[in-house]
Design a binder for this molecule. Structure first.
Ligand SMILES: CC(C)(COP(=O)(O)OP(=O)(O)OC[C@H]1O[C@@H](n2cnc3c(N)ncnc32)[C@H](O)[C@@H]1OP(=O)(O)O)[C@@H](O)C(=O)NCCC(=O)NCCS
Length: 144
């Protein structure tokens, strides 16, 4: 599927907010300027954000509309966000907190069990989903 990914527009925000709520994703301190949106024929079908946490980047609140899943859109979206974060600062590590570990692994992340930023542990423990299913992932630095 031909998808075009670009910075979110202000008018995309209701779409992003609705999907974040529906898919139980991280809605903490969201601002439309943090987001990127994937579109098919100008229709938004996916979204995700880069949070600059100073010492590191976190990729968060990533989703693909239900009917467009399993078409590699999630992978394209995550790869795009990784490239974008690297373009901003190549030296900063990139983390994600997720319940779909295998999806993150497919894009070059590995699970980390210690020595990761404390705020990610807080996030893991206070997620809307079962804590035991949440993993902290760190990007290895290359796409698989
Ligand atoms: C998780 C999500 C973004 C995946 O999007 P998608 O477009 O369906 O994923 P893709 O088609 O790009 O799949 C890429 C790879 O991840 C794997 N994958 C996708 N969804 C998966 C899931 N739920 N569990 C495990 N693996 C998954 C695919 O099998 C594929 O693996 P491969 O490259 O080895 O073949 C999508 O299901 C979604 O929006 N879920 C709800 C929101 C959510 O959970 N967001 C958290 C993302 S960190």
């Amino acid at each position: 599927m031909d998808i075009e990914i670009s910075k979110a527009r202000k008018e995309d925000f209701p779409y992003i907010q609705e999907k974040i709520k529906k898919y139980l994703l991280d809605s903490t301190d969201i601002h439309w300027r943090q987001f990127f949106v994937g579109r098919i024929k100008d229709k938004p079908v996916s979204f995700g954000r880069i949070i600059d946490r100073g010492e590191f980047f976190e990729i968060a609140s990533l989703g693909v509309d239900y009917y467009y899943r399993k078409n590699r859109i999630g992978k394209k979206m995550l790869s795009f966000l990784l490239e974008e974060a690297q373009r901003i600062d190549k030296a900063k590590p990139i983390y994600a907190v997720t319940h779909v570990k295998d999806f993150a692994v497919s894009c070059g992340f590995v699970q980390v069990k210690d020595n990761y930023p404390e705020i990610l542990d807080y996030k893991r423990k206070h997620c809307k989903l079962d804590e035991s299913k949440i993993s902290v992932m760190k990007w290895k630095g290359s796409l698989r």
